[in-house]
Write a protein that binds this ligand. Sequence first.
Ligand SMILES: [Zn+2]
Length: 268
Amino acid sequence: MLITIAIIIDLLIILFSLKYAWWYPKANMKKTRIMMYHMISDQLTKGKKSGLRVSPEMFEKQLKYFKENGWKFIKMSELKNHENENKVVAITFDDGYLDNYSQALPLLKKYGACATLYLVIDRHQNDWSVKKNPKHNTGVLADEEKLSDNHIKEMLDSGIFELGGHTITHPYLPNTSIEDKKYEMIECKNILETTFNTKVSSFAYPFGIYNAEDVEIIETSNYESAVTTDEGVANTNTPYELKRIKASGKDNFFAFKLRVQKGFRGFI
Ligand SMILES: [Zn+2]
């Protein structure tokens, strides 16, 4: 009986260690933490828990943590100016959900923070997740309310947000011709700059999927940086393949802190 309990406890410790990798060393504190968010929203009452939805309470707790622990908030266009500085964090949002205006903006303001929004141009009623996986056809993404151009203007005028490119239609790049890729990646920058009278210098690969050809298109199109969904701290020596730290709606606060320190959460 006692042996069984001891084995169970050991297994739980191993599981906990693999899940959180608490013993793994901290990443260099002089490497910028580029945080990746999508929605600041409570979980839906139906269906599985989504990593894309970080609750407003958790988001506030995270901003408070950065502020109280001496982290400096920057926008992606400022990345180069803060290379090799201690405790620098860039908050990023992908796609353009309405809650980035209704929930995130007031909280960012409250904590003196700023953020970069990688905005999809054709975002309304666009269920891009089916392009990657036809089974993702629940309609939840299409129905999720997106930002209007007026919301975005207000977010930019506040000085808290800047825009980054995230293509026109959020294509699945492996299925996209080189001509269409170029159009999606280059023209989205032109459209954002013209529509919002602003400068766009950073890009996020849709679904975080990219290859050498995609990197070359971005590198030769007047972008200064590009972010992926690969997990880790930012290495500015490869500015067109920057890793990000996933802010997941499935994480507790302990997991969030581990991600910030190490660049990732654990091995399972
Ligand atoms: Zn996206």
